[in-house]
Design a protein. Structure first.
Length: 119
């Protein structure tokens, strides 16, 4: 297909889904960037279409927006690591995102039903 409309080959995984996924991981425990990427993969997110640096850029943006905070972990062996934690603002954002996502799921299901000839 020509123009700006193309086949969707990556599903719904994009920045809009990656941000709440990161916050969900951080809600369970503070982690450093590499472990965060591992946890996202364990959740079933396929990050192969993203360069790993995108996660660090998103974390920096989220920190500037007050969704996460970071501190240097100097206790671990090896080089110091930046540990990220969710803030109260991040928790509120995640809760609001979940409400909107539920509404979107209902709309997407209706569309799927119509496409498949139902309802």
């Amino acid at each position: 297909m020509r123009g700006r409309f193309r086949r969707c080959g990556h599903g719904f995984l994009g920045i809009d889904l990656l941000i709440p996924a990161v916050l969900t991981v951080l809600k369970k425990e503070p982690v450093h960037g590499y472990l965060l990427i591992e946890r996202l993969s364990e959740m079933g997110l396929n990050l192969s279409s993203f360069h790993p640096s995108i996660v660090y850029r998103i974390l920096r943006d989220m920190e500037m927006q007050g969704l996460v905070v970071s501190n240097w972990d100097l206790q671990a062996t090896g080089p110091a690591r930046r540990i990220y934690s969710i803030t109260e603002t991040g928790k509120s954002f995640l809760k609001e995102w979940a409400l909107v996502a539920k509404q979107n799921i209902e709309m997407v299901q209706k569309l799927i039903n119509l496409v498949e000839g139902g309802e």
